[in-house]
Ligand binder design. Structure first.
Ligand SMILES: Nc1ncnc2c1ncn2[C@@H]1O[C@H](COP(=O)(O)OP(=O)(O)OC[C@H]2O[C@@H]([n+]3cccc(C(=O)O)c3)[C@H](O)[C@@H]2O)[C@@H](O)[C@H]1O
Ligand SMILES: Nc1ncnc2c1ncn2[C@@H]1O[C@H](COP(=O)(O)OP(=O)(O)OP(=O)(O)O)[C@@H](O)[C@H]1O
Ligand SMILES: NC(=O)CC[C@H](N)C(=O)O
Length: 549
């Protein structure tokens, strides 16, 4: 068949919800309709669009697989009924189980056309590292898929398929493809967009054709999908690019002479903007997808609660943020003023709940001293935050950063309580950096910088005893964060850390604190992964662990 003059593709970067098959179906139908109205012949959605992604052990539930299967059939027919029968709709879903593989289904791509499921393709390469566990829940496919549309030859792949050498791109290298279509569920981590584009340049070279890369967008528990879908050729030319952290639809048309046109090449965000947006979207979607309209957190006047409150205001509007000042006998006037200023700047509700009477009442009975008395203050604050959460249906936010989580520098069942922890993957030095970045953005847009300068410049303190400073218990944050990066992200052991040039005392202190805090971290609320190695599924260490090297 001779090629039509052009083949218009729509890249549909949508935000699905795991398990909400009906809503996902509705969204696919709406975006397909829009793509059809804009003249697309093919519309491409992300990996596991219909089921949501990642589905984890929902994969094992036969009722879930059957719902997805009947929704796919139904969707093909509805597309036709809605006048979109001529469109080729590429969607992902949970597939069926193979007889030989017990109850593990496939991770499947469907091509819907003219009221039918025209083709299926099963993901061949299952990621099983970092946050991924796909060996556990899926059966791999073994066959490639190509198809012709209007004389253009298309090949297909699903996410990890393009991350492994010898995947479908190599299998299809001699197939004379005009384009390789990939559907993805690729979670955000800083600087990953360059890894994705480099990878696709390589695959485009292997198939000698451009690669369409459609990624999902949105938060799902501790993962944030940044979207940022694109089309790229083997020379690294970005032929189309969609926005990050939002739903988007972009038309990219491939012409018979091999050239192409696109209606969008979104700008590239810098790393601070990406990371800040990832934290905000993670929180926003956790709230929306779990039915929360507002949040509550303790405002101490310190930098961590200030940044979390600002992110919350960006996620759900200041009018939906409840900031509670809970002064004790050790709280400085400066801290209280900073908390009030912050709340005013972001338009949050601000309430004051002094903890001294509650503390005295506990002490009359318990008579605690030392660290237990210090932690009692944090625990009383935890009870107050949960009381607001419980009585008003607000999501309680934990304000801990990655340096604190690493060292166990928080009170379990105290300031560690909460439902979501927006900055748990940001080292303390990063918290300061992003706070400055957010204030600069406000100034650029002629707005009041949300975070009081004083919260940024003052030495961090838990204010649980007179004159307490974080530096009494921890190395200075610049040094601490460098050791943590080496110990956690690079998995350097004691000898490696000494070779890195860190002194013996610091290395031993940090290793001891980090190892001892594993049990505390396991109980910490979930929060968005933004680095290559976040606490949680990315780093699984035994709690009971005697290895000290
Ligand atoms: N493996 C394990 N399995 C089960 N339980 C374990 C355990 N290891 C310790 N524990 C228990 O954990 C408890 C000790 O932990 P925990 O009560 O949290 O207290 P702890 O870790 O001893 O102290 C908290 C530290 O965090 C600081 N802090 C508190 C609040 C806020 C901030 C901040 O700046 O944001 C800092 C505070 O100044 C202090 O240095 C003990 O009851 C101990 O028995
Ligand atoms: N006086 C207070 N009023 C309200 N909340 C408080 C108060 N003190 C602590 N908190 C809560 O406990 C969390 C831990 O605070 P703490 O001051 O102990 O350490 P931090 O890590 O320096 O945090 P921050 O930078 O927010 O002060 C705070 O982020 C805040 O949510
Ligand atoms: N869903 C997937 O297969 C994702 C795996 C891939 N390595 C990524 O992070 O993009």
């Amino acid at each position: 068949m001779t090629k039509a003059a052009s083949l218009p593709f729509a890249l549909a970067q949508i935000n699905t919800r795991v398990g909400d098959i009906e809503a996902n179906k509705k969204c696919i139908l709406e975006f397909s309709q829009k793509a059809h109205e804009r003249g697309a012949r093919v519309v491409v959605f992300p990996e596991m669009t219909l089921s949501g992604y990642p589905i984890e052990d929902l994969a094992f539930r036969a009722t879930f697989r059957r719902s997805a299967e009947s929704a796919a059939q139904d969707m093909a027919q509805t597309l036709k009924d809605n006048g979109c029968g001529a469109l080729f709709v590429v969607v992902g879903t949970v597939g069926t189980t193979h007889a030989e593989s017990s109850d593990r289904p496939t991770n499947t791509l469907l091509v819907l056309h003219d009221g039918q499921i025209l083709h299926t393709y099963d993901k061949q390469f299952l990621p099983n590292y970092g946050v991924f566990d796909e060996f556990r829940i899926f059966t791999p496919g073994h066959d490639t898929l190509t198809m012709d549309i209007d004389g253009y030859h298309l090949g297909f792949a699903i996410c990890e398929d393009i991350w492994q050498d010898n995947g479908p791109a190599i299998q299809l290298a001699q197939s004379n493809l005009d384009v390789l279509v990939t559907i993805n569920g690729s979670p955000f981590e800083e600087n990953k967009d360059h890894v994705r584009t480099d990878l696709c340049i390589k695959r485009a070279g292997e198939v000698d054709a451009p690669v369409i890369y459609v990624n999902q967008v949105g938060g799902q528990d501790d993962l944030v999908f940044d979207g940022g879908s694109f089309v790229i050729d083997k020379s690294g030319n970005i032929l189309a690019r969609l926005t990050q952290f939002d739903e988007d639809l972009c038309l990219w048309t491939l012409h018979a002479d091999g050239t192409s046109t696109a209606d969008e090449i979104a700008r590239d965000m810098d790393t601070d903007e990406e990371v800040y947006n990832a934290c905000v979207l993670g929180l926003k979607d956790y709230m929306r997808k779990n039915g929360f309209k507002g949040v509550v957190l303790g405002l101490s006047g310190g930098i961590d609660s200030a940044l979390v409150a600002t992110m919350a205001a960006d996620a759900c509007g200041g009018e939906n943020v409840w900031g509670i000042s809970m002064p004790s006998m050790y709280s400085s006037d400066g801290s209280k003023d900073d908390a009030a200023d912050l709340a005013r700047n972001i338009g949050a509700h601000y309430e004051i709940q002094p903890i001294e009477p509650l503390f005295m009442s506990f002490q009359n009975q318990l008579k605690l001293d030392g660290i237990a008395a210090e932690n009692l203050q944090a625990r009383i604050r935890g009870v107050i935050v949960m009381a607001y959460s419980n009585s008003r249906g607000l999501l309680a936010l934990a304000t801990g950063n990655k340096s604190e989580l690493a060292c166990g520098y928080s009170t379990i069942y105290g300031d560690a309580v909460g439902g979501y922890a927006p900055i748990k993957d940001l080292l303390k030095t990063r918290v300061w950096q992003l706070s400055r970045w957010r204030n600069e953005q406000a100034l650029k847009h002629g707005e009041v910088p949300p975070i009081p300068e004083n919260s940024i410049v003052k030495p961090p303190s838990a204010e649980l005893r007179p004159g307490q400073k974080d530096s009494d218990s921890l190395p200075e944050y610049d040094l601490l964060d460098s050791v943590l990066e080496a110990y956690i992200e690079k998995a350097h052991g004691r000898a490696d850390l000494l070779e890195d040039g860190f002194d013996e005392k610091t290395v031993d202190t940090v290793m001891r604190l980090v190892d001892r805090a594993e049990w505390k971290r396991r109980q910490y609320p979930l929060g968005p992964k933004v680095t290559a190695l976040a606490f949680g599924r990315d780093r699984r260490l035994p709690i009971t662990n005697a290895f000290r090297e």
